[in-house]
Each structure stands twice: as structure tokens, then as C-alpha cells.
Design a protein around this ligand. Structure first.
Ligand SMILES: [Zn+2]
Ligand SMILES: [Zn+2]
Length: 114
């Protein structure tokens, strides 16, 4: 007898453009508050709400962002800020890092030296 086990590799990314308009609005709303909050507890719960809106599990790092690629401003990739192979697009004074998703890094990486 074979036992059904949950897939070992969960999908830890989401595509903003695949979300419903309501979920996109909720994602944008909580991400903006999370970017600006100075309360760590609030930040954590906002990240959980953002992951829920994006339909993905909150990664162990506790933070997700949408791709900030300057080459394709419409990139909808949402991913773990601790995922391998990310490039920081620009430093930020806010909470959430500005990162390129792994696909964008493969196709047109920003030069951090610029
Ligand atoms: Zn991207
Ligand atoms: Zn890109």
C-alpha cells in the first residue's frame, strides 16, 4: 500500500499577476505597511498576511518581497528574501529589501557596482 505524503518541495514563490484583484490589493496594502512599520511584531503578522494573500507559505526567514527588477517593472515574482541567487537592486531605508528575483538575475542582473 502506498501512502500519500505531502509534497516535500512546497512552492515558495508566487506570481503577483496570478492573484485575484482582491488578493493583489490586500498584498499591496500589507506590504506597504510592513515596509514602514517600526514594530517587529506587527511586521511579522503583516508578512504572514502578505504570504496568505499571495497564496504561499511564509518562509522561515519570515519575509517575502515582490521582485524590484528595474528592467521589467511588471515582474510579478513574489519570493523569500532569503532565497539563494538574489541581487539587491538598491539599498533602502525601509524594512523590505529591494531584490531581483532569481529569474531576473539569470536574464538581466543589475550591476551592484553601478
Ligand atoms: Zn523578477
Ligand atoms: Zn527583470
Amino acid at each position: 500500500m502506498s501512502v500519500m505524503t505531502p509534497a516535500r518541495t512546497q512552492n515558495h514563490t508566487a506570481d503577483y499577476h496570478q492573484l485575484t484583484p482582491l488578493m493583489r490589493a490586500e498584498f499591496d496594502r500589507v506590504m506597504q505597511i510592513a515596509d514602514n512599520t517600526i514594530d517587529a511584531t506587527e511586521f511579522n503578522s503583516l508578512m504572514a498576511s502578505a504570504a496568505y494573500a499571495a497564496g504561499m507559505p511564509l518562509p522561515a526567514s519570515g519575509a517575502i518581497v515582490r521582485c524590484a527588477c528595474p528592467h521589467c517593472w511588471a515582474c510579478g515574482s513574489i519570493f523569500d528574501t532569503d532565497a539563494p541567487g538574489l541581487i539587491e537592486v538598491e539599498p533602502t531605508a525601509y524594512n523590505l529589501p529591494r531584490l531581483q528575483c532569481p529569474t531576473c538575475v539569470d536574464e538581466h542582473p543589475v550591476d551592484p557596482e553601478q
